[in-house]
Write a protein that binds this ligand. Structure first.
Ligand code: SF4
Ligand code: SF4
Length: 119
């Protein structure tokens, strides 16, 4: 779980905001996701299971990058573009679990901006 969720926000509500308020803004665009070696293997396996095409850029010393710009719609290949859900949510990489890792301007769940709690 992110170490910088705004006080009182549950992980479930944070997911709700990510999907329905931001439409998974952090899972698309000109961003890069960093994967450990084990995560890179798992990411590839899960993408094969889902029939998704993943382009991994190997890093010296292990692990890989996923450049969203290398993928259809400039989004993470694990993102469902209709629902904005992560298709591997329970097995998502550590980087995704930790995000936002610090108070982030513009992120309504990170503690820097007020958001109305709707459920
Ligand atoms: S900016 Fe914050 S609320 Fe929006 S998608 Fe990113 S982590 Fe979620
Ligand atoms: S793995 Fe899931 S949570 Fe992580 S960037 Fe991709 S869609 Fe978003």
């Amino acid at each position: 779980m992110s170490p910088s969720l705004k006080g009182g926000i549950t992980p479930e509500f944070a997911s709700h905001v990510c999907m329905n308020y931001c439409r998974a803004m952090c899972c698309r665009g000109a961003l890069v996701l960093s994967l450990s070696e084990a995560e890179a293997g798992s990411f590839q396996e899960r993408s094969d299971d889902l029939g998704a095409t993943v382009v991994l850029t190997r890093r010296d010393g292990g692990g890989a990058w996923v450049r969203f710009s290398d993928h259809e719609g400039e989004r993470c290949p694990m993102l469902d573009p209709k629902t904005f859900r992560c298709r591997i949510y329970k097995d998502r990489p550590q980087r995704c679990r930790d995000f936002p890792e610090k108070p982030t301007p513009g992120c309504p769940i990170s503690g820097s901006v007020q958001v109305e709690h709707t459920r």
